[in-house]
Design a protein around this ligand. Structure first.
Ligand SMILES: C[S@@+](CC[C@H](N)C(=O)[O-])C[C@H]1O[C@@H](n2cnc3c(N)ncnc32)[C@H](O)[C@@H]1O
Length: 333
């Protein structure tokens, strides 16, 4: 990745987030991009106390003040903005996920919205829930604003205890980097969820989607409904999958196509590609068909789970030897 490290005379310490200037700035000796205010902060960030930079140093994850910065986002408070053109599928930010209010350094939690709220209110307002990791809060993640037409997505990786933010389209210099707090185009979520999301966005964060917002578009909603119907069928395909595998893979391919049409990102494509792999390996004759699914699964998982995650390592094992998977050739037809 092309990283411009020239003339960065104002930075933020990557561990304590303090603003630093000139001689105060100490850079990671290896990547020369990550900045610290002190040796102590560098040591803490290298380990799991911070981002675990020893894992990410070679990957050239984007850095604050070089690739993006925090500025006023009109009508929204602060937000993250691109300082250069950021191509699709770039790792914009890897942020330590704090698992409880008490873990978050107090001044950092204090700086977050709602400005007049208690620490408990700030925790409730900014933590992100995931079924794999429960509630976690990323201090830099908490500065990302919502947009239904988002250009980035986020995932919490439980074994690495970090959030990862990835661009899902090319982002131009000075464009705001946005995520969806509650997504409208996740077809794996049921209709009830999609119907209450506008209420949650409004009641929890005071965000009102305008009438012309993409999430209110009738044609888009109908397409999501159709995609949801296909998605609902998939668990049953996995249950009785020793025969008619090609027909079942056609359902998966249709599901993938429609998710792509809806602007689905790696995070929503991982599941159908995994389903395709699981179905293809149920019958020895169709095992070769699994390659296309596992290859894409690995590609997307590296983008959003990262190659350091246990999940990614498991997918690599399945590629090397599909027999590692419990579904492998239960029945030879
Ligand atoms: C998690 S914070 C995001 C960072 C925040 N802007 C800040 O200054 O720290 C969520 C709050 O940001 C603002 N916000 C986020 N997305 C918005 C949007 N699309 N429109 C208006 N306000 C938004 C709302 O005040 C929301 O309650």
């Amino acid at each position: 990745m092309d990283i411009n490290t020239d003339n960065q005379n104002k930075r933020h310490c990557a561990f304590c987030l303090k603003e630093i200037q000139g001689n105060e700035i100490k850079r990671c000796g290896k990547c020369q991009a990550r900045a610290y205010c002190s040796r102590e902060c560098q040591v803490d960030d290298w380990s799991g106390k911070g981002q675990n930079h020893k894992l990410w140093c070679d990957e050239r994850v984007c850095e604050e003040d070089i690739d993006w910065d925090i500025r006023i986002a009109e009508g929204k408070g602060l937000g993250l903005f691109a300082k250069r053109d950021i191509p699709r599928y770039t790792k914009i930010l890897v942020d330590k996920g704090y698992h409880s209010r008490k873990e978050v350094p107090q001044p950092l939690l204090e700086s977050l919205m709602p400005h007049s709220g208690s620490l408990a209110a700030k925790w409730d307002f900014n933590n992100m829930y995931s079924s794999e990791g429960g509630e976690n809060l990323g201090v830099r993640v908490s500065r990302l604003n919502h947009d239904c037409n988002n250009n980035a997505t986020f995932k919490y990786i439980p074994d690495l205890k970090v959030f990862i933010i990835v661009s899902i389209v090319d982002i131009a210099k000075d464009q705001e980097i946005t995520i969806q707090y509650q997504s409208f185009n996740d077809v794996s979520k049921d209709a009830k969820y999609r119907n209450v999301r506008l209420m949650i966005l409004n009641e929890k964060w005071g965000i009102k989607c305008q009438a012309d917002c993409v999430c209110r578009d009738k044609a888009v909603r109908l397409r999501i409904e159709k995609a949801h119907q296909v998605d609902k069928v998939i668990p049953s395909l996995l249950k009785f999958a020793e025969n008619d595998i090609k027909a079942k893979l056609k359902v998966i391919d249709d599901n993938i196509e429609v998710i792509q049409e809806l602007g689905g990102c790696p995070i929503s494509l991982i599941r159908p590609y995994y389903d395709g792999f699981q179905i293809a390996i149920l019958n020895q004759k169709t095992v070769p068909l699994s390659t296309k699914y596992i290859d894409k699964l690995i590609e997307y998982s590296e983008i959003i789970n990262s190659k350091h995650s246990e999940e990614h390592k498991t997918f690599l094992k399945y590629k090397e030897n599909p027999r590692n998977h419990r579904n492998y050739c239960l029945k030879n037809i």
